[in-house]
Ligand binder design. Sequence first.
Ligand SMILES: [Zn+2]
Length: 464
Amino acid sequence: MKTLIKNGIVVTADDEFKADVLMDGEKISCIGKDIQVQADKVIDAEGKYVLPGGVDQHVHFSFTYKGSKVRGFETSHAAAVGGTTTVVEFVNQVQGKGLVESIEDYRKTDVDGIAMVDYAFHIIMTDPRDEVIEEMPKLVEAGYTTMKLFMAYKGMFFHAGDDAILKALMKGKEAGITIMVHAENAEMIDVLSKQLIAEGKTEPYYHAVSRPPVVEAEATRRAIYLAELAGAPLYVVHVSCKEAMEAIRDAYTAGQPIYGETCTHYLVLDTECLAKPDFEGAKYVCSPALRTEEHREALWEAINKNWLNAVSSDHCGFDWKEQKHMGRATSFADIPNGTPSFQNRLNVLWTYGVCEGKISRSKFVDLACTTPAKVVGLEGKGAITVGYDADVVIFDPEYRGIISVENNLEDVDYCPYEGFEQKGRAETVFLRGNLIVDNGKYVGQKGQGKFIHGKPFGVSYDTL
Ligand SMILES: [Zn+2]
């Protein structure tokens, strides 16, 4: 099957130009002016942009909080209609099980044959016994080349101490595994939370008060010191505040291989969302917490200047009514963390980034598609390049709409961007040459997504 996209403007991470794009089978086979070929299908993309399918390197489809589970891969077509064709899921190591085994058991029951976009995995190390550290190189053989550790969440089974992080950095470096951290100081949060609750300050807003920027800045700096000692690269996920960003920027500009991402919600939502009445603030409970304008402006500058190199969704599909309400009778500490957001990641970044003149179209492609693929070692993903997978989005910049839960396929009962204006949309989406979104509607099939084998020594190792 050959599909020819004619007359569109191709956007890459460092350029844009008018060209035709030919997809042959699952690959991009030719990019050029006025391609003359007998194609099975020809699409006129005049006035539209031809973008690589988005790569969302930070999603949660398996996260469980106090027995309550988020929406899984059965909702992954929501990524497709948002223009994302590859997602990277964080899987918790199951206590007592190995790292590879934990991912593969989950894959068998919950992912393979269900996913509607391509996928890869990060393992979250929760049980850092010596034999588990020794197992790390086996992850690479199986195609899992990134690992996260949680510095936050004191007392939870997935919390990691500095010793575990240091050992993971040391072992990971030998095997080319990129170590990621959720950087917040668990002890600081524990003390502040207990004080607030004792004072009767239990509303969702106090979630943000219990984890101020200094909590994130301290853990980020500590993780950078641990990476320095190990001589290893470090990737800080979901950076939300100016001080943490500056710690990464300063280390990176001093030559240390320290990198980080931010997320859509930290770029556009405010701490004040948590103060909404009638427990609506719980919809915005995520960690790190939402910040103020000063921090948002610092993050926009950081992504523009490459101090943070990706924008992810940190999608986490908990319902507001049943699941977030777990904290209504008690306190903010019992509200499951996270926001559902992977369908609108590109819509928000385009509307509030590109259309507002904060980032260029090439920077948009770089942050949302190209660099995330390189962080995780997903060769053949994230760019319009000959020989790459034909994950292609025809993006209509003239579309106008309002973001609402009504149009969401995420199967969550709210949307954190409810009522936001949307400019532009993924009109047509191809996954490895297969049409999966047509005129903004999902037309693909369950199980069409496939596992992408990650390569070790991702982009975070480039300067090492
Ligand atoms: Zn996350």
